[in-house]
Design a binder for this molecule. Structure first.
Ligand code: AMP
Ligand code: ZN
Ligand code: FE
Ligand code: FE
Length: 281
């Protein structure tokens, strides 16, 4: 009786449709599935319909980009109102910001002798908000790197030579936005993409004070010791602990259901959605 609370589709930088994700979740024996594309809720209708067909509980989500000390911090917002004006405006702004940033990263790559065209990157994204996996896929397709890992390790990783930060909200403001939109905010993969310095628990205190309700300690990309660290950090602060695959189709190795969240934690988070009166504090 478990959920996968973090998956991507072609509505952002995944390579599978929301309907395909639902079919994979059913095949993996899950009882529920979240779709959490980067900075968009556009995939929800397809995901909701496919989940209903497979008898899965659909958890509508979004992975909101925020920024803290030139580092990208991702917030998962569950059960937000997809028409909340401020949230819709921020997602639209982030899409434009991603376009600007993709241009800048293509220029950074050119300076490093890696020639890809922004048109190829746009074609790869196919109308979705442009992300680094789209650039990596173009680099792989052109034979400029062996695989996506090499594209990130050598060029695109946070702080890498071709990296360009997104201009985004501070994480505390992102949590406030998710709450204003009636959702429950969870900190995504705190142990990933943190360059050499682990994310500070000072930030976690600030996020809790802003209304963060959970921490994705059991993320597929976290080593066991990292999971233990963030699980304990979340529990000490009275927050829920979630787990998920962060499935990206062929852009990442994890498969739907590789890490999961129990039904009781999902119900706890659902009760903690701002619209439900925030009963658990
Ligand atoms: P963006 O939204 O453009 O900043 O890209 C974020 C996405 O890039 C994440 O969701 C991951 O799919 C991918 N990503 C980030 N860092 C790495 C890395 N070091 N190796 C592989 N993929 C990564
Ligand atoms: Zn992604
Ligand atoms: Fe993420
Ligand atoms: Fe993700």
């Amino acid at each position: 009786m478990v959920y996968d609370l973090h998956t991507h589709s072609t509505f952002s930088d995944g390579t599978t449709s929301p309907a395909a994700n639902a079919a994979m979740a059913a095949a993996a024996g899950l009882v529920g599935l979240a779709l959490t594309d980067h900075d968009t809720m556009d995939g929800w209708p397809e995901a909701a319909a496919a989940c209903a067909e497979h008898g899965l509980d659909f958890v509508p989500g979004v992975e909101l980009s925020t920024e803290y000390e030139e580092r990208g911090i991702h917030l998962l917002g569950y059960w937000v109102d997809p028409e909340h004006p401020a949230l819709v405006t921020e997602c639209r702004r982030l899409r434009a910001e991603r376009d600007r940033r993709a241009d800048a990263m293509v220029a950074n790559l050119a300076r490093l002798g890696v020639d890809i065209s922004i048109d190829d990157v746009r074609a790869q994204a196919a109308g979705a908000p442009v992300g680094r996996p789209h650039l990596a896929a173009v680099m792989v397709g052109k034979g400029l790197v062996a695989d996506a890992d090499e594209a990130f390790d050598q060029y695109l990783a946070d702080g890498g030579p071709a990296y360009e930060p997104k201009r985004a909200l501070a994480p505390v403001d992102g949590v406030a936005l998710i709450r204003a939109a009636g959702g429950t905010a969870v900190l995504a993969h705190p142990g990933l993409g943190t360059m050499d310095t682990p994310l500070s628990t000072v930030l976690l205190d600030q996020l809790r004070d802003a209304g963060l309700k959970g921490v994705e300690a059991d993320h597929c990309g976290h080593e066991p010791a990292v999971r233990d660290y963030w699980r304990a950090a979340a529990r000490r602060r009275g927050m829920s602990v979630t787990g998920s695959s962060d499935f990206h189709g062929t852009h990442k190795e994890s498969k739907i259901g590789d890490a999961t969240t129990s039904v009781s934690v999902v119900e706890e988070l659902r009760r903690r959605a701002a619209t439900a009166g925030d009963g658990l504090g």
